[in-house]
Design a protein around this ligand. Sequence first.
Ligand code: ATP
Length: 517
Amino acid sequence: MAQEDILKKIIAHSKEYGFIFQSSEIYDGLSAVYDYGQYGAELKNNIKRYWWDSMVRIHENIVGIDSAIFMHPTVWKASGHVGAFNDPLIDNKDSKKRYRADVLIEEHLAKIEAKIEKEVEKAAEKYGASFDEAQFRATNQRVIANQEKIDLIKKRFIKALEADNLAEVKNIIEDCEIVCPISGTKNWTDVRQFNLMFETKLGSVSDEANSIYLRPETAQGIFVNYLNVQKSGRMKIPFGIAQIGKAFRNEIVARQFIFRMREFEQMEMQFFVRPGEEIKWFEQWKETRLRWHKALGFNPKKYRYHNHDKLAHYANAATDIEFEFPMGFKEVEGIHSRTDFDLSQHQQYSGKKITYFDPELNESYVPYVIETSIGLDRMFLLILSSAYTEEDLTGEDGKTEQRVVLRIPPELAPVKLAILPLMRKDGLAEKATEILNELKYEVNCIYEEKDSIGKRYRRQDAIGTPYCITVDHETLENNTVTIRNRDTMEQERIPVDKVKQIVVEKTSMTNLLKKVN
Ligand code: ATP
């Protein structure tokens, strides 16, 4: 299936089964803003819990906070967002479509890189076990030429960005002969900077002094509370502060479903360390975070690190964890070594001393910071796109039918157990309700009595429910039920009292947390 088709299917599936709806849909929607439906909200809460527990609960030296979305406007001057939270934008004069200039160039580079990978793949197939990939990359003329092209464009692009030379960014787009995907032309406007923060007014007097911003990241809420948390929690370095919350960015281009939204959620953790020890911690967090992703059990080949070529002014090391989404490899999480930039800036702008007295070193310093920052909605898309599976099944009558199943890790599945009475009559509904009333305190259950059992199984597959139990006449006789596994579709007859044990054990978040630690 073509990759774009997968994304289209996921969007349609998300709507049909109550995961994600376009915001304000009855008014034709609001661009790049989405609402989570009944199963989406459950899945989102489970992702949050997985992140929160793996950060805050299992680390004695990490605590969590929940800071406000509105902050003093000077925060954003100190952080550099007022001056520099910009994206370079460019318009195509024919299609009137707007693009991020940096994204156009990155996509052009990705295309050249794809050519190299294809070449490598072809050779690997041809030479089989004797294939030496490193040697091939170093000697094949086409690979070398394409790699040189990439390096040259990258070098020019980084230099242009560093010098804030937007005319040169446009030259690069023209020299690379990048065309608008809609109009197919190279008729571009000049490149301009665009600040991504949303501005609003506080209180009833509408003047300049009352202008505030919707936060574009949650991290600053952590930095401005550094002293409060360190003192009230008697925290000792190294320690971390974590937070989950909404962030807002007036993105220039937001076309890939929940990958890039204008209102989204972040899960961020700032880890405060001794100056000079930041690279050691940076490496450690890189590994821990990748382990967190891989614990979910999706194809490990779909993850990779992408080190930043151009570091932000505040960073001395930065990497992204990228995942192969239906649109290709894209960032899902950033890990940044932010030096003492943020705390120093807030110290300067607020006039308050923000230092830590280190009793072991017997000295005071402004702590250095390692940040891990992941988009909750992007993580949601990662899970949906990995979990969505179409399978052809052959029935006993030899007919094939298709089932769509969301292979969401059971620990994160929105509903853990569906309780299905074979029919309403003969006391089966009452028995099923009795089981529901006992198990609903343990795991998220659903009760369904409409449609045939087969149809009800399919519906639960489409939601990603790992277990279904069917209550039938035999249940009334010997207190047993049939339990069905979503992934294997195997059914087994078990005593009702064993259901709780099986479902709780297989869906417990502890399974994941132990893999991360
Ligand atoms: P990108 O390069 O994709 O714009 P970024 O480098 O600006 O992302 P960060 O500022 O590092 O992103 O934010 C941390 C994380 O927040 C990202 O890894 C991503 O998962 C998430 N994120 C950022 N912007 C958005 C958005 N507009 N919609 C959804 N998630 C986002």
